[in-house]
Design a binder for this molecule. Structure first.
Ligand code: AMP
Length: 559
């Protein structure tokens, strides 16, 4: 149980709930996210929503249009028999239509379930059936994926293809109809319903590496609270033009689809084209001032700028999360493009924001090196999120910048249990184990050292694969690096470094080891370096270290 005590922060202890309290006289608040898009229509009607369509063409909408079309969609769904609590899926790109679905589906009381188009087909079938999706909205290029799967999808009644009527493809999909035809006769004056206090709003599945994916069912309230907290915890300005590279299918695009309209921010969405050149064009043309994305996307953009002498002149800030930020990326943004980098951390189970690393007044007087050392940390908790680090027995460790352990979190936008699970995913005091291994310091900063399943223990000591990867990434020939612990007869485990070079060809191993020698402890230096053409990435772009660990598991044992 959670209570929100303004004076003493948040009290989770159940015993505190026993006392009889005088109840405040303010209005009862049962948010519906549709209130956000209505606010945007009222206050920021002409603010633009820019999308690159599948055709490559740039489409311009605004908050007024998105709101009215969401109303039409909501009323079309209602006419179609969709009820409160039904789950409706999207297999879609970042475009204005996806934004309309966020509001149209959730706003009428159904649940928006965002599907990742990079999922393995078996996982997609499992997820769609587990969620009991009734309708799937599908982007044109993904129609063939669903045609191949539809015989296994138990509950789907209809497929709505995200296109104009005249663009509708020949398809075997059941009851297929174009999006534009579907909403054509929808009611522009549709009135959003009042929802229950904790009504479900959206559903995302985590990309687990073992077992079946697990669903996280967000509520309207958690999404609104998260969006408000996110707005205050990042350097967002009312006149910002936001590049939303983070996909709408992955953990609600970090809350941007909610906090963007809340603050009337211009949204710029890249659709399918996430490579350096089209991203640069979009940033330049649309005067993007704030860009949200994961490190791999920025690496492509930075490489394009480097090779073509381009500068990201309109961008003031970039918010980077999803994987660790490296010094090389930070330096290039700062020194070449004069872009301030804000490192952030979170996860699907946290809506996702947990920490952000925004500039502090003290940082203004620091040397570059001191500033960078702070910026590379994952940041400090945003209001509403509590963090602690515990040892294997659950004892809390000191916040001393050294004690490393399991990172636990709790707060109003952190899950209580997985979708349809029998048991809570949190302990009796509401703490959720993130699966990350971290340290906290005296100033409240959190640094991720590893995923618990990826930690490397060598001779009884920890080696941080993330620190080692980031050090390797600074080498001028290294495009991507991945460090994995491989069983070793003497040391338990030893690190193995996998590298993709800029040219795709191997470079001298000695040059990598020499480069690392003054950056990490000697015993951290990898015993083996393997050059690969590409590294294994999962559906959300994260490294799939278990694949490499499995493949090379006997490497040191056999020597
Ligand atoms: P997901 O639920 O797919 O968003 O993945 C969440 C996980 O991504 C976290 O538990 C971390 O392991 C990792 N992650 C997210 N942000 C960062 C970051 N800034 N640095 C390092 N790892 C991160």
């Amino acid at each position: 149980m959670l209570s929100n005590n303004v004076a003493s922060y948040i009290i989770y202890n159940k015993q505190d709930m026993g006392a009889i309290q005088m109840i405040g006289d303010m209005q009862k608040w049962t948010p519906n996210v549709a209130g956000i898009i209505e606010h945007a229509k009222e206050i920021h009607p002409q603010t633009e929503i820019i999308s690159r369509l599948v055709s490559g063409e740039i489409h311009r909408s605004n908050y007024e249009k998105v709101c009215i079309r969401s109303r039409k969609l909501a009323s079309a769904l209602e006419k179609d028999g969709i009820k409160k609590g039904d789950v409706v899926a999207t297999l879609a790109l970042n475009t204005y239509r996806h934004l309309e679905m966020y509001y149209g589906i959730s706003g009428m009381g159904a649940v928006t379930h965002t599907l990742n188009f990079r999922l393995h087909p078996e996982q997609a079938v499992y997820i769609i059936n587990h969620a009991e999706d009734k309708i799937i909205f599908v982007e044109l290029p993904f129609v063939p994926i669903l045609e191949g799967l539809q015989d296994k999808l138990n509950k789907i009644q209809k497929y709505i293809v995200l296109c104009e009527e005249h663009e509708m493809p020949e398809t075997s999909l059941k009851n297929a109809i174009s999006y534009e035809e579907y909403i054509k006769d929808g009611d522009e004056e549709y009135k959003w319903p009042i929802l229950d206090d904790d009504a479900a709003c959206a559903l995302c599945y985590t990309s687990g590496t073992t077992g079946n994916p697990k669903g996280v069912l967000y509520s309207h309230k958690s999404n609104v609270l998260h969006a408000q907290a996110a707005l205050t915890a990042m350097t967002i300005q009312p006149d910002d033009s936001i590049l939303m590279v983070v996909p709408l299918f992955h953990v609600l695009a970090w809350g941007i689809p909610y906090f963007g309209p809340m603050n009337g921010l211009k949204l710029v969405m890249p659709g399918m084209q996430m490579e350096g050149e089209p991203l640069y064009e979009l940033i330049d043309q649309e005067d993007v001032s704030l860009a949200f994305g994961v490190p791999t996307i920025w690496m492509g953009l930075l490489a394009y700028c480097r090779e073509n002498n381009k500068i990201l002149s309109s961008v003031k800030n970039t918010i980077i999360g999803g994987s660790a930020l490296s010094l090389a990326t930070l330096q290039e943004f700062d020194e070449v493009h004069d872009v301030n980098v804000i490192h952030a951390w979170g996860m699907t189970e946290m809506s996702p924001l947990g920490t952000t690393n925004v500039p502090t007044p003290e940082m203004q007087n620091m040397s570059k090196e001191e500033k960078y050392a702070i910026q590379l940390k994952q940041g400090r908790p945003i209001y509403g999120v509590e963090l602690k680090v515990v040892d294997d027995s659950g004892n809390e460790l000191a916040k001393d910048g050294k004690s490393q352990g399991h990172l636990m979190v709790r707060g109003p936008w952190i899950l209580q249990k997985y979708f349809k699970a029998d048991k809570d995913a949190v302990d009796a005091d509401g703490w959720f184990d993130t699966g990350d291994i971290s340290v906290l310091d005296e100033d409240g900063y959190m640094t991720i050292k590893d995923r618990a399943k990826d930690v490397i223990k060598s001779g009884g000591e920890w080696i941080s694969s993330i620190d080692l990867e980031n050090a390797a990434f600074g080498h001028p020939e290294v495009a991507e690096a991945c460090v994995v612990g491989i069983p070793h007869p003497k040391w338990d485990e030893r690190p193995m470094l996998f590298i993709v070079t800029n040219s795709g060809e191997p470079v001298e191993k000695k040059s990598i080891i020499d480069f690392l020698s003054d950056k990490v402890a000697k015993w951290w230096l990898p015993d083996e370096i393997v050059f690969l053409k590409e590294l294994p990435h999962g559906a959300t772009g994260k490294l799939q270290k278990f694949e490499l660990r499995e493949e090379y598991s006997n490497h040191y044992m056999e020597k």
